[in-house]
Design a protein around this ligand. Structure first.
Ligand SMILES: Nc1ncnc2c1ncn2[C@@H]1O[C@H](COP(=O)(O)OP(=O)(O)OP(=O)(O)O)[C@@H](O)[C@H]1O
Ligand SMILES: [Mg+2]
Length: 273
């Protein structure tokens, strides 16, 4: 079952800069898919097509079977929550809580339900103390957490996140990954862009490698062990793939690697009686 289907999608910006060329992808439902590529490879442009922020000019995108087009935009945006790379593109209300309530209010939900959703979302990313602050006065990481809370309050079935962890400190980034994992366990689908090969190696089911607006390759995270492919994508090999290049063990996380590298207890010599 696929949550998203992208067919023959090509796009050039109004100034004629080519950004995407004949993209064909099927994104599995209930999985975490990382879009990887060097700067300018087209990741953001692709993510913006998923909920119609950039309308497809050539080819198209289907979300849960629904074509992304003007007529379906409201339904598509209920299904797909988009997290911008820069939170400044996402926050525009006078208070953080007002911003988080914006999406649920648009759905015309009961005010009591909206208050609860806003409260829960702020609690998840621990920004209750920022509820009444104007978003433009916050630090980058705080703004990002406010934007994440806005996304969570909408409970979308598909989360399309452009560089979701940039600007977050390691603890908050870890907490956000746990929140996303919980949502995926409940059936959500995550598509996220990143340059971070280590993150994708540890924390993606599927990967899409992009170069100059094209898909170089896509498939399981195993692809990230292919040194030639990564070199072609102008990306480094993940650290653990490099370290365990000649080993039959292939740990994906530091925790798994630490277990493998622990000295094995000496087997005591059996005495000959
Ligand atoms: N508003 C714009 N107008 C014209 N060209 C643009 C615009 N935004 C992006 N581009 C161009 O489109 C191409 C793809 O850019 P995009 O932002 O999608 O790449 P990216 O993979 O997200 O890069 P990064 O890793 O730096 O975020 C690049 O050549 C870029 O210069
Ligand atoms: Mg980008």
């Amino acid at each position: 079952m696929f949550a998203l289907e992208i067919k023959n999608l090509s796009y050039s910006y109004p100034d004629r800069t080519p950004a995407l060329e004949d993209i064909n992808l099927k994104i599995k439902a209930g999985k975490k898919t990382a879009i990887l590529g060097a700067n300018g490879s087209g990741k953001t442009t692709l993510v913006y097509h998923i909920n119609g922020i950039i309308p497809a000019l050539e080819g198209g995108v289907t979300v849960l079977g629904l074509p992304v087009c003007k007529e379906n935009l409201q339904l598509v945006r209920q299904a797909v929550g988009l997290l911008f790379d820069s939170p400044d593109n996402q926050l525009f209300s006078t208070t953080v809580s007002g911003d988080i309530a914006f999406g649920p209010r648009n759905l015309k939900l009961d005010p009591v339900v909206i208050d609860q959703k806003v409260h829960d979302a702020m609690q998840k990313v621990t920004i209750e103390d920022l509820a009444d602050r104007p978003p433009y006065c916050l630090s980058l990481g705080q703004k990002k957490r406010a934007a994440i809370a806005g996304l969570l309050a909408m409970e979308p079935r598909i989360l399309a996140c452009d560089e979701p962890f940039s600007g977050l400190d390691p603890i908050v980034a870890g907490q956000f990954r746990e929140i996303l994992d919980e949502l995926i366990e409940k059936g959500s689908t995550l598509l996220y862009s990143t340059h971070d090969v280590n993150l994708a190696y540890a924390w993606a089911d599927e990967v899409v490698l992009m170069k100059e607006g094209r898909v170089l390759s896509c498939g399981s995270y195993d692809l990230l062990r292919d040194e030639n492919l990564l070199q072609h994508a102008s990306l480094p090999l993940p650290m653990l793939a490099q370290l365990f290049k000649h080993s039959k063990e292939q740990p994906r996380t530091m925790e798994e690697a630490a277990v493998l590298l622990e000295p094995q207890p000496q087997v005591s010599q059996a005495k000959n009686f």
